[in-house]
Design a protein around this ligand. Sequence first.
Ligand code: ADP
Length: 560
Amino acid sequence: SAPPLKFRPLVLPPKLTNGDFNEFILDVIELVGAENVEIITSKDQIQDGTYMNPKHSHDPHHILEQDFFLASAIVAPRNVGDVQFIVRLANKISFPLWPISIGRNSGYGGAAPRVSGSIVVDMGKNLNKVLEVNVEGAYCLVEPGVTFHALYDYLVANNLQDKLWLDVPDLGGGSVLGNATERGVGYTPYGDHWMMHCGMEVVLPNGELLRTGMGALPDPKRPETMGMKPEDQPWNKAAHLFPYGFGPYVDGIFSQSNMGIVTKLGMWLMPNPGGYQSYLITLPKDDDLKQAVDIIRPLRLNMALQNVPTIRHILLDAAVLGNKASYSSKTEPLSDEDLNKIAEKLNLGRWNFYGALYGPERIRNALWETIKEAFSVMPGVEFYFPEDTPKNSVLRVRDKTMQGIPTYDELKWIDWLPNGAHLFFSPIAKVAGEDAMMQYRLTQRRCQEAGLDFIGTFTVGMREMHHIVCIVFNKKDLTQKKKVQWLIRTLIEDCAANGWGEYRTHLAVMDQIMGTYNWNNGSFLKFNEILKNAVDPNGIIAPGKSGVWPKSYSQIAWKL
Ligand code: ADP
């Protein structure tokens, strides 16, 4: 008879037995060592953790049951060779793998896999080196585990900050690589992270190693590089200078996708601009959003607005400074008057525009004059520099963020409600007052129908805005969680009906959103499925990611 099974994970992937799992995981343990494998065998291991101490078994901001998306095990490869070995092993029995870098992915599903029972491949634990910072070329090359904070610390420790700045999102704990592949944003002039990436190294689903762009062209052989493993070989000199190389540009299929496991990423860094000034423009009225956005469009297009500025709703700033109970005893959504009172108390607008000026003083002054003049046509707007605001002001936090200094202050808005958790709803909007206003009104109304306050921000890209609606909920309140599910599903539907689509989303609604990107009989999804099945015939890498399912999974049965 067969020997007793050593491990019994709480959940197994579809069609696989406990025996398959044990065989697989024992091989993996032998490879990477027990210290790099955690098997989820007990409910006690399903702890939500904290932002600072995240767990990788599931999503801490669960909108469905806590264990709805659950890993069978978490495995941390020690090097690229381990990743290749694990991928090849997984192919033998079609074992699903879910790669993460840091695994925070806050508001979009955390580290959880879309298919329960998948093995979460923790790329960040051991592969966490800044491999290069090149001052002359103004770029870096990082492994998956390098956080924004770690890259910042590296620049500081190596006295490079006077030469190069990085771009950070609202929180410093995410990975540079994971955030770029998810097409996340930050707030300096280099805020579009995907735009600023240059050169990727990827383990393909068959275990082969690929370098994209100029990285596909070998660096000339030298005696000291002879015999090196491909992953250790020096990159082509232009690999992080010119993103496209020759032929089809394939980088895109490795973003928000399930086509490979990214092992290295080149990112452009911003030369220190030689001067910096952040500012806040407060807009007193709720419908000031409309005029402000129309003022912003030409300024952003012609780059008088140099960075990714944000137009933040009063409650986002208020929530950074205190929870709902500190402002009101209401449990229902706050009224217009309540918001006016909060704005007055905090000396902020109903909308607050945060931007920054980059360059020597003469340049900054010229730009500031232009920006001020443009906004001055609006009644009641006020202009602030950080020193004009209280010590704990949001402007003082944004002052750091917009110059690439990581912070954690924005974590506080998640505590707006007790047992606070959050979910992002992130539609794209034109930089046009009417569109912004319509999108705001619609999302605000639906939030209120769900019994929630509207908390949101518009981040202004070159020609569009990422409208980020921060759905904060009490994760111990099951009725409220049900309403949150209704809310996001309804928002997706409403927005699609208006021609608005999301740029990124939580695991639970990837299928629904992919379903809205359905122009011409869904040719986009069909093409992605063709690619997926060709590149990953056994469907091992992140099945279901972004609504793309391999052929071995029935779309209909798996769709959420
Ligand atoms: P963060 O670093 O912001 O915490 P994660 O590490 O959780 O983000 O990554 C977010 C998502 O990006 C993951 O769920 C996964 O889909 C994708 N991803 C992250 N790292 C990789 C990688 N190295 N290879 C392929 N996909 C990745």
